[in-house]
Design a protein around this ligand. Sequence first.
Ligand SMILES: [Zn+2]
Length: 407
Amino acid sequence: MTDRLYYHDSFLYDFDADVQSTSESPRPALILDRTAFYPTSGGQLHDTGWITFGSEKLRVTEVADTEDGKVIHYLEVPPKEITPGSKVRGEIDITRRRDHMRQHSAQHVLSAAFVRLHNMPTVSFHMADDYCSIDLDTPTLTKEQIESAERLANEIVLEDRPVDIRFVTRDEADKLGLRKLPPAERDQLRLIDVHDFDLSACGGTHVAHTGQIGCILLRKAEKVRQGWRIEFVAGLRAVFTARRDFTALTDTAALFSAHIYDVPQQARKLLDEIRSLRKQREEAQEELAQAQAANLLVDTPETQGRKLIVRTFSDCDLSSIKLLAQKLTRLAPNAVALLATTSPQPSLVFAQSAGQSFDMGALMKETMARVGGRGGGSKDLAQGGVPPSTALDAMLEDLKQKLSDRI
Ligand SMILES: [Zn+2]
């Protein structure tokens, strides 16, 4: 068993230790007789840092628990001088550790706030590199409940209450009324005591006073299978997050030439305008297609009982020529339309009035096979995209000839 120095002092950032064993595979690693490095566990991420021996300074990239109760330190590169028995110096990355302490202590305070105010126990805690989350066991969660828990948690932070580490027996713990009690497997329990506010069994590293948490900012709340998940950030993470939010909001407000608090109203107004303009454009397109179709039908003479309309457009997209094809085949009972557009991508639409005898889907497939495009459709309406090098006019003339021969 490795002697875990962080159990007694979360502020111990460097220490001396003896190397117990080293290994190279699958990754270079070493085990010490004692360590202040925290291994990933209980929702808290591992420490990083350095292990020094003489002139050799090795980067510790990950720390984990082994199955037999030891702490393993994974190294960036294999040690050269270090062997079992070497007396080394360990040094924790202080910035990372302090951040983790703030997040983890914030979690205890926040979880206790949700229990005290709303009787919502925390069932899990997750720490990521940029945010943390807790899962609350509750079927419902309101905005007011979130805000009141955030407020109480921050009041406890501002009161700067002591946070003590205590060791008790299992029997003692049972009588103390802990917020969180681990499964009965250990005789001795380590408790984190946020003075007169929260008492939980926990192996993590914590601040010594709640004021060191800085502040707690609640972010996203989302329904998950077993309850509600709340994301939060504490300490400098909260400051960085608030700064990023403010920058995003300020940039958006500048686009509207508005105050940041008017952004939602301005965005709503703009979306309404877009929706209304889109509707107007659709109506105009319908009218235009209807008029265009009527003109084309007037200009196209009937050949053997059919009006065969063949056109290539350079200023209409696929959806516009599709609309035109639909208008043509609905306005006239005997129309066959072979339409193409060059923009933005060369595309084809073939259509015929209901009841006509060709098969537009089959014709499109045939054409696509010849030019190397992709497309298809039904008996009366088909569409496809063709390679940019395709000579559209010549191809349509060829198809027109083919259809005329079949009539
Ligand atoms: Zn904890």
